[in-house]
Design a protein around this ligand. Structure first.
Ligand code: BDP
Length: 698
C-alpha cells in the first residue's frame, strides 16, 4: 500500500470476537434514500463494511429488523425511535449527529444529509478502532463553523511551501477532466469534518477570477458539494486593474465597488454555494487598501458587502508587517488591527496565525487573540512544514496546535483559552473558523511524509473540536492508518507525541526562532545577515553577540509583551516565570545566565540541541521494531526519512552551536557531541533548488 488510502484504510478486522460482535450488530442497513450525499453515505458504508467485515450487509427496505443499522434523518425516523431518542435529538444542532443504540439497533441520525455523512464517518472510525458497539451513544456537534484548508497552490501547479509534489488541481485539464483524486480529497476532508477549501495561494493571481478559471473552479465545486465542502478563492486586491481594466483598486471608488459586485455575482452564477474570499493585503508586497490610503476595514468591508447578498464571507488575513517599522515585527499585526475591532462587517473573519511571527517551530500564542472581542478571529495554522523540516521530518503537529489552543489569554480571567476565542464562545461571536495551510500535493501518499497525513487528519479533528487532546488524535490516527496492535500503537504514539519537542530542540530551543536559511527556510542559517529587509534576517531574531543572546521583548526592549493581557505579560516579562521554552523569545540574556537546572544558558543551549538529536535517535530505534506491524513500503519509507531526519538534526545542532560559539567564545558542554565539520563548511552549503518557493520569492 502506497498510503493513498490515508486513514480511510478499511482493513479486515482480525480479532474474531470483535468481528463477530460487529457482524451480529449489523445484519442489515435500513437507510433512507436520497440525493447525492446520501448516495455517498451508501457507497462509503458498502466499501467500508466490505473491507472491515469482509462482507457488505444488505440495505433493507421496509421496517428495520433487530440488529440493523438505521441511517436516517431525524425527521424520517419512526415515531417509536424518535421517542426513544427524544432527549438527544434537540441537542443535535448545525451539522451535528447522533450515533446511538436503540433497543437492538444502532441509529445514525442528523437533521441534514451532511450530518448523516459525518455521523457515518464517525461510526466507521469507531469500527476501525475496534471499539464496542454495546450501548453506544455519541453526540457530536461541530464547535467551529468554517473549517478550511488553505492551499497555497499556484495556477502553474507549483505550491508555495509545498513539499509533496505538484498541486493536485490540474487547472489545464479542468473543467473537462475530473481527476479521481478530487473525490478522494473530498472524502478524506469530509471524514474529519473539513467543510471548505481555499483553492489558491494567498499570494494571489487575479487570473483565477477570469471566466475561464471560474468555470474550472465550478467543476471542482461540483465534485466537493455533496461532501459538504465549499470552495473559496484568494482575491487579489488589484484584480480590478489587472483583469478589469480599471485604473484603480481603491475600495471606496464606486467603479471598483461595482466591479467586485459584478465579479462576485458572476462567480455565484456558476457556483451558487461559493464560500467567499481569503485575502492577503498589504503584506509582503501584496496590494491592498493601504495603497490608496484606505484601511483594512475599507478593503474587507467592500468585499464583504458584495459577498453578503450571496451569503459569502471574507477571511481577511492579519499577517502583516512593514519594512518601515524596524522595532519588532512581532508587534505589527496587533498594532494595525486591534484598533479596528468592531468595525468589520458581520461576514468578515480576521485570520490570525497562531503566533505573531510566522509559523515557527514553537511560538507563544498571538496576542491578538485576547484583544478583539468584537471581531471573529479565525485561527491559521500551518500544516505544511515550512519551518519544520519540510516533508522530510516527522513532526506530529497536533501537539503544537494543542499547545496554542490550550494557552490561556486571561482576557476574561483565568481559563480564557485560545480555543474559546476560536470557537467563539468566549465573546459570543456569531461566526467562528479555523484554517490550516495544506500539506497536500500530488505525491502518491498525498503528504510526502507518511506521517504528514496525521497532521492533515489532526488539523481536521481539531477544527471540528479544538478541545480534543493531541494524544487521542495520535491514538486514533495510528489505529485507522496502520494497526490496532498495542505493541505498535503504544510505542509509536509515544514517538509521535515527542516528535514536536524533538524538532524544537534541534532547531530552535529555548525560544529561538526564524534562524532557518533564507528564502527556502531549509536547514540552519543563523548567520544570515545580508537580506534586503532587516526582519528577513535570522540575526534580527536571535541578536547573539559576545554578551548574550535573545530578543528582548519586555519593557526594557521592544515591549511586545505589553500586547498581552497583564497577567500574561507579567509571566513573560519576568525571566523567572517566563516558560523556559520561550526564554529567548522574550529575553536577551548573558551566556552565563543560570537556567532553572543550574546550568549556564550556553551549556543549556548545547544540551537542548543534543537532546533533540537524541530524541530522533530514539525514534529511529522505536521505528526499527515496527516492521511486523506495517507494510513493507511504508516501513521502508519511514526508516529512510528518519535516517535523513537524524542527519539533519545533527546538522542543525552543529551549525547553530558552532555559529553561536563565535559569539559566546565558550567550550561546548560535555553532554554535546563534537561537530564533525567546521562552521565554514556549514555556511558553504547552498540549496538553490530547495522545494516550496514560488516564483515570487526568487
Ligand atoms: C510565510 C511564507 C510565505 C507566505 C507567507 C504568508 O514564507 O511563503 O506567503 O508566510 O503567510 O510563512 O503569507
Amino acid at each position: 500500500d502506497s498510503g493513498y488510502n490515508l486513514w480511510l484504510n478499511y482493513r479486515k478486522i482480525e480479532n474474531p470476537e470483535v468481528l463477530s460482535e460487529y457482524t451480529r450488530h449489523i445484519q442489515g442497513i435500513y437507510m433512507e434514500s436520497g440525493e447525492e450525499t446520501l448516495n455517498i453515505v451508501k457507497e462509503e458504508l458498502t466499501l467500508a463494511l466490505k473491507g472491515l467485515l469482509g462482507m457488505s450487509p444488505p440495505f433493507v427496505p421496509g421496517q428495520p429488523k433487530e440488529y440493523s443499522l438505521i441511517v436516517r434523518k431525524t425527521e424520517n425516523l419512526s415515531r417509536e425511535i424518535r421517542r426513544k431518542l427524544e432527549k438527544d435529538i434537540p441537542a443535535i444542532t448545525k451539522d451535528g449527529y447522533l450515533i446511538r443504540s436503540s433497543g437492538k439497533n444502532i441509529v445514525i441520525t442528523a437533521h441534514n444529509d451532511i450530518g448523516i455523512l459525518y455521523g457515518t464517518f464517525h461510526f466507521l472510525r469507531h469500527l476501525q478502532q475496534q471499539l464496542s458497539l454495546g450501548n453506544i451513544r455519541i453526540l457530536e456537534v461541530p464547535k467551529t463553523d468554517i473549517r478550511v484548508l488553505n492551499h497555497w497552490d499556484n495556477l502553474d501547479r507549483t505550491v508555495e511551501r509545498g513539499y509533496a509534489g505538484a498541486s493536485i488541481w490540474k487547472w489545464h485539464r479542468l473543467p473537462g477532466y475530473i481527476d479521481p483524486r478530487y473525490k478522494d480529497y473530498a472524502r478524506a476532508n469530509a471524514s474529519v469534518g473539513i467543510n471548505g477549501t481555499v483553492l489558491t495561494n494567498v499570494n494571489a493571481s487575479a487570473l483565477v477570477l477570469t471566466p475561464a478559471y471560474i468555470e474550472k473552479v465550478a467543476a471542482l465545486a461540483d465534485v466537493f458539494r455533496p461532501y459538504g465542502i465549499k470552495v473559496y478563492l484568494t482575491a487579489r486586491f488589484s484584480a480590478p486593474i489587472e483583469i478589469g481594466g480599471l485604473e484603480t483598486a481603491d475600495p471606496l471608488n464606486p467603479e471598483v465597488r461595482q466591479w467586485w459586485k459584478e465579479k462576485i455575482s458572476e462567480i455565484y452564477k456558476e457556483i451558487p454555494d461559493f464560500g467567499g474570499f481569503l485575502v492577503k493585503a498589504n503584506s509582503e508586497g501584496q496590494p491592498g487598501p493601504q495603497n490608496y490610503g484606505r484601511s483594512h476595514v475599507d478593503g474587507a468591508n467592500m468585499m464583504a458587502d458584495a459577498l453578503a447578498p450571496h451569503n459569502g464571507i471574507v477571511m481577511w488575513r492579519a499577517f502583516v508587517y512593514s519594512e518601515h517599522d524596524t522595532t519588532d515585527r512581532a508587534k505589527q499585526a496587533y498594532s494595525e488591527f486591534v484598533s479596528l475591532d468592531g468595525k468589520f462587517r458581520d461576514n468578515v473573519l480576521i485570520q490570525v496565525k497562531n503566533g505573531a511571527i510566522d509559523f515557527q517551530p514553537r511560538e507563544p500564542f498571538h496576542p491578538m487573540f485576547a484583544a478583539m472581542p468584537r471581531t471573529p478571529l479565525m485561527m491559521e495554522f500551518q500544516i505544511t512544514q515550512e519551518y519544520l523540516g519540510f516533508s522530510t521530518h516527522m513532526v506530529f503537529l497536533p501537539k503544537l496546535y494543542e499547545e496554542v489552543l490550550q494557552a490561556d489569554t486571561y482576557s476574561h480571567g483565568k481559563g480564557s483559552y485560545v480555543a474559546k476565542v476560536i470557537d467563539g464562545t468566549l465573546d459570543n461571536k456569531k461566526i467562528s473558523g479555523i484554517a490550516g495551510v495544506a500539506n497536500i500535493g500530488s505525491d502518491i501518499n498525498w503528504t510526502g511524509h507518511p506521517f504528514g497525513q496525521a497532521n492533515w487528519y489532526g488539523f481536521g479533528r481539531l477544527a471540528w473540536d479544538p478541545y480534543i487532546p493531541a494524544e487521542k488524535i495520535a491514538d486514533e490516527w495510528l489505529r485507522l492508518t496502520f494497526s490496532n496492535d498495542e505493541n505498535f500503537v503504544t510505542p509509536v504514539k509515544k514517538m509521535l507525541l515527542q516528535s514536536h519537542r524533538a524538532v524544537v530542540n534541534y532547531m530552535t530551543p529555548l525560544g529561538l526562532h526564524h534562524i532557518m536559511d533564507t528564502g527556502h527556510h531549509y536547514g540552519p542559517g543563523p548567520w544570515v545577515n545580508n537580506l534586503s529587509r532587516p526582519e528577513w534576517n535570522p540575526v534580527y531574531y536571535h541578536k547573539a553577540d559576545e554578551n548574550g543572546i535573545g530578543f528582548d521583548r519586555t519593557p526594557t526592549g521592544s515591549n511586545a509583551t505589553s500586547q498581552y493581557t497583564k497577567e500574561v505579560a507579567r509571566i513573560f516579562n519576568d525571566v523567572e516565570t517566563c516558560p523556559e521554552e520561550f526564554l529567548l523569545w522574550f529575553h536577551h540574556l548573558p551566556w552565563d545566565y543560570k537556567l532553572h537546572n543550574g546550568r549556564t544558558l550556553w551549556d543549556g543551549l548545547g544540551i537542548k540541541y543534543q537532546e533533540g538529536v537524541n530524541q530522533v535517535r530514539k525514534a529511529k530505534n522505536t521505528w526499527k521494531k515496527m516492521e511486523p506491524y506495517v507494510n513493507k513500503q511504508q516501513f521502508g519509507e519511514i526508516s529512510m526519512l528518519l535516517d535523513i531526519q537524524l542527519e539533519e538534526a545533527v546538522w542543525w545542532r552543529n551549525a547553530c552551536m558552532l555559529y553561536f560559539q563565535t559569539h559566546s567564545k565558550k567550550a561546548f558542554p560535555k553532554e554535546m557531541e563534537t561537530p564533525s565539520h567546521s562552521l565554514e563548511y556549514y555556511q558553504s552549503l547552498k540549496f538553490p533548488y530547495a522545494p516550496g518557493i514560488s516564483p515570487k520569492w526568487h
